[in-house]
Design a binder for this molecule. Structure first.
Ligand code: GDP
Length: 254
């Protein structure tokens, strides 16, 4: 072969072969780009929906506080109750979901400790759902009489609140489900069978490693009786958007 032809062939080969940089770029592109246009739009839709849910939760406003169910206003919008043992991370969870620093903190001020607190949700001042913060139970320093009274108030609320649509139970996985958590599950079971939504949040998940987290999820799922279980960390923002999406979906059925 003549030298000129050889050079032409080499040039053609070089032009056809992707340079190393191109291969890397192609690899990066393949790794970061979802395979199909449908996948791209599904991901975008999910992000957009989570943004709507988070924006909606940010509208939370304190409505009222009441010592017993009979003092609560009757409402015709769906209500979601947050329950859990004292110190399980319930206030922090509500504040994280609503992106407000002190919304649920108010329940800790004296006088509100044993009360049911309601917060409205809804854009443009139109309430379309309510969050209920039920005070934490199982706090050792509370006198026995007060504990019993509180169990009654909570049982009454969970069994008979007409517009109650969902219950979110906060549980510190390092302590596991306590006896009071299990009593609560028994109280709501008949309503869950009738369609009440139920979610267990394993809080402070940043304190667990991967294996511990997976194990805690497995154990809690056995107790959840048809309800969903999620790891949640206010600190690391784990599970926040997913939970926000659940709350939105429960109260805005398609
Ligand atoms: P409540 O009694 O159930 O309302 O619990 P709090 O929201 O007051 O939280 C109890 C303690 O747990 C506080 O010291 C919080 O700072 C801490 N805590 C709450 N959420 C988290 C979390 O996601 N990660 C960590 N590491 N600590 C948390």
């Amino acid at each position: 072969m003549r030298t000129r032809n050889k050079i032409a062939l080499i040039l053609q080969w070089v032009q056809r072969t992707p340079r190393r940089l191109d291969i890397e770029a192609l690899y990066q592109h393949t790794m970061t780009t979802p395979a199909t246009p449908q996948a791209v739009s599904a991901q975008d839709d999910k992000k957009a929906a989570a943004k709507v849910a988070m924006g909606w939760l940010h509208t939370a406003k304190f409505l009222t506080t009441a010592p017993e169910l009979k003092h609560l206003p009757r409402l015709d919008v769906p209500e979601i109750a947050f329950v859990g043992r004292s110190n399980a991370g319930k206030s922090t969870c509500i504040n994280t979901l609503t992106q407000q620093h002190r919304l649920a903190y108010a329940s800790k001020t004296p006088g509100r400790t044993q009360s049911i607190n309601l917060f409205t949700l809804g854009k443009q001042g139109v309430t379309d759902a309510v969050l209920t913060d039920l005070p934490g139970y199982g706090y050792a320093a509370v006198p026995k009489e007060a504990k019993l009274r509180w169990q009654q108030v909570m049982g009454n609320y969970l069994q008979t609140r007409d517009n109650l649509k969902a219950v979110v139970l906060m549980c510190d996985p390092r302590r596991g489900m306590t006896e009071l958590d299990e009593i609560l599950l028994d109280v709501i079971r008949p309503r869950v069978e009738e369609g009440l939504k139920f979610l267990i949040l394993l809080t402070k998940s940043d304190k667990l490693n991967k294996t511990e987290g997976a194990k805690a999820l497995q154990i809690a799922k056995l107790n959840a009786g048809g309800g969903d279980v999620k790891l949640f960390s206010a600190l690391k923002k784990q599970g926040v958007e997913e939970v926000a999406q659940h709350l939105w979906d429960w109260t805005h059925p398609a």
